[in-house]
Design a protein around this ligand. Structure first.
Ligand SMILES: [Zn+2]
Length: 479
C-alpha cells in the first residue's frame, strides 16, 4: 500500500509549494510529488500541519567515531591539525568495536535529528586495538559502523579508507596500527567480503573506496584503487550508481602540499590525477590549498569537492577558495568530518559567511543557475552530496531516465523560535531555513518511507545516549 504525506509547504526543487502531496511506494521510493487528484486528497493521508517538508540532506564526509573527542580537544596542547591528531588517535586506539558501534550510532542519530538522511562514512578504523585484523564480525570496526547505521536507520555509503603509512618517506606510526593494511589486495578483499555481508542485508547500504590521502598511501596504492573503481563502475555488489564512488582527502594542510610536491613533483590533486584518477568520477575532500591548475582539474564533470567548513574552522585548516570553484564550475558538497558540530544548516551558511569575513561584503556565493545563495547552498547539502555518493537521494522529484529517488525527507517546525514567521513570505522560506534554522527545529525524519524521528525524537535515542555516556566515562578513565 502506498502512503501519502502532506505538509504546509513542500520543497519541489524550484521552491516551496503548498497543497502538494508526496506519495511513497512500498519499496520506499517516491511514487509522485504533486497536487492531489481532482477527487481530493487520497484517503489515509498523513498531514504534517505547521511544518515544511524538505528532501533529506546528505552528509558527504563523516568520521563517526570522532564524535567521541568533541569538546575534549579544546585545551592548550592540540593547537594545530597535526597535534589534534594525537588525542584523536588515542580515542581511535582505545575504543573497542562494540564501543565504536555505540559512538557511531549516537553520531548517526544526531545527524538524523538534524535533517541528514544519508551519510558518506569515510571509515579508516579496520583492525583490533592491538593492530591485528579482526577475527570475526563482532571485532570488526567496519561491521560495527554498519550495524550502527542500520540501527539508527540512516542511509550509508561506507567509503572504506586505505591507509598504508605515516607519510612520504616515513615508516608506519604505531598510533596508526588500527588503520593500516599490508597491501591493496588485502584492503580490496576485505571490502568485497564486507559488501557481500551487507548489500543483501540492507538496501540502505552502499560502498565506495577511499585512498585516505596522498600522505597515507603511495602512487601504487592509488593506482590500484583507481583501477578497481574503474573495473567496478556500476557493480551492484557494491553500489546502486553507474560508477563506484572514490573519495580522497586532498589539500587540507600546506605541509601535505609540500610533501606531495617532494614525492610526486606535483600538488595533491595533480598527483592523484597522474596516479590514476584522471577520467574517473571522484570526490576531493577539503581542497583548501589548491592552485589554478588543480581547480581546473576539479571542474571536470564527475568530480566533486567536499567542503567541511565547520570542521575546517575548528581545526584551523583554512577556507577553500569557494568563489573560484564556483567560477570554474566545480561541484560542491558538504560534510561534518570531525563532528566538532553536527549541523548541516551551519555547514551551508558557513561557506557564505567565510567569504563575507574575507571580502567585507555580503551575498557572495551565487553558482550558475542559482537565484540566491540559499538555493546554491541547499543544492550542496542535498543533490550534490547524493551525486558524490552515487545515491538517488537529495531530491523528491522523480526525473525521467534517472533512478527514482528514495523517500528520504525531513520536516521543520514553523513554530520553532529559530524559524517562526518564515512562512509569512514563502519566497524567502528557503533563505530562512539555510541562514536561520537550528537542528532543534527538525521534527520528523523519514528514510525510505520509514519515520525514524517523530516529533523531534529518534526511536532509539534514549538508550543510545545512556550507552554513549558509559563509553565516554570509560574513555575518560571514570569507571
Ligand atoms: Zn576527513
Amino acid at each position: 500500500m502506498a502512503c501519502h504525506v502532506t505538509a504546509d509547504f513542500i520543497f519541489t526543487g524550484a521552491g516551496f509549494e503548498s497543497g502538494q502531496v508526496l506519495s511513497i511506494g512500498d519499496d520506499g521510493r517516491v511514487l509522485a510529488l504533486g497536487s492531489p487528484p481532482p477527487g481530493g486528497a487520497p484517503a489515509g493521508i498523513l498531514r504534517l500541519a505547521g511544518r515544511v517538508l524538505l528532501p533529506g540532506m546528505v552528509n558527504a564526509h563523516s568520521h563517526a567515531f570522532q564524535r567521541a573527542i568533541r569538546g575534549r580537544v579544546e585545551r592548550p596542547g592540540p593547537d594545530d591539525f597535526w597535534s589534534w591528531r594525537t588525542p584523536m588517535y588515542d580515542a581511535a586506539l582505545r575504543l573497542t568495536a562494540p564501543e565504536i558501534e555505540v559512538v557511531s550510532r549516537l553520531a548517526f542519530i544526531e545527524m538524523l535529528k538534524a535533517g541528514v538522511t544519508s551519510v558518506g562514512e569515510f571509515h579508516y578504523l579496520h583492525n583490533r586495538p592491538d593492530g591485528a585484523p579482526p577475527n570475526d564480525e563482532t571485532e570488526d570496526p567496519d561491521d560495527a559502523v554498519l550495524r550502527a547505521a542500520e540501527a539508527a536507520g540512516i542511509r550509508i555509503t561506507l567509503l572504506r579508507a586505505a591507509y598504508a603509512r605515516a607519510g612520504f618517506a616515513r615508516s608506519t606510526d604505531p598510533m596508526q596500527r588500527r588503520f593500516v593494511e599490508r597491501s591493496p589486495e588485502i584492503f580490496l578483499a576485505r571490502l568485497e567480503r564486507l559488501a557481500a555481508r551487507w548489500r543483501s542485508r540492507s538496501p540502505r547500504v552502499t560502498f565506495g573506496v577511499a585512498p585516505h590521502s596522498v600522505r597515507a598511501v603511495d602512487g601504487a596504492w592509488i593506482e590500484t584503487l583507481a583501477d578497481f573503481a574503474r573495473r567496478h563502475a556500476g557493480d551492484r555488489a557494491l553500489t546502486d550508481a553507474s560508477f563506484l564512488p572514490l573519495h580522497v582527502h586532498a589539500g587540507e594542510q600546506p605541509r601535505e602540499v609540500r610533501e606531495a610536491v617532494d614525492e610526486h613533483g606535483a600538488p595533491p590533486i595533480l598527483a592523484l590525477e597522474r596516479a590514476g584518477l584522471a577520467g574517473l568520477p571522484y570526490t576531493a575532500v577539503h581542497a583548501i590549498h589548491v592552485n589554478d591548475e588543480e581547480i581546473a582539474a576539479l571542474s571536470r564533470p564527475g568530480v566533486t569537492v567536499a567542503a567541511c567548513p565547520v570542521t575546517e574552522r575548528n581545526l584551523g585548516d583554512g577556507a577553500a577558495p569557494i568563489p573560484r570553484f564556483l567560477a570554474a564550475g566545480v561541484r560542491l558538497c558538504l560534510g561534518s568530518d570531525s563532528q566538532a558540530e553536527i549541523n548541516q544548516f551551519e555547514e551551508m551558511r558557513t561557506l557564505e559567511y567565510n567569504e563575507r569575513l574575507k571580502q567585507g561584503r555580503r551575498i557572495l556565493l551565487l553558482p550558475p543557475g542559482a537565484r540566491t545563495p540559499a538555493e546554491g547552498l541547499f543544492a550542496c547539502a542535498t543533490v550534490h552530496g547524493a551525486g558524490a555518493l552515487g545515491l538517488a537521494a537529495g531530491t523528491l522529484v522523480p526525473v525521467p531516465g534517472a533512478a527514482t529517488p528514495w523517500a528520504d525527507f525531513y520536516t521543520v517546525d514553523l513554530s520553532h523560535p529559530t524559524i517562526a514567521g518564515a512562512d509569512a513570505d514563502p519566497d524567502t522560506l528557503l533563505d530562512a531555513v539555510v541562514f536561520g534554522a537550528s537542528p532543534a527545529a527538525v521534527r520528523d525524519v523519514c528514510v525510505a518511507g520509514d519515520f525514524v524521528v517523530r516529533d523531534g525524537h529518534h526511536r532509539i535515542e534514549d538508550e543510545t545516549v545512556r550507552e554513549f555516556r558509559l563509553v565516554m566515562r570509560r574513555l575518560c578513565g571514570r569507571p
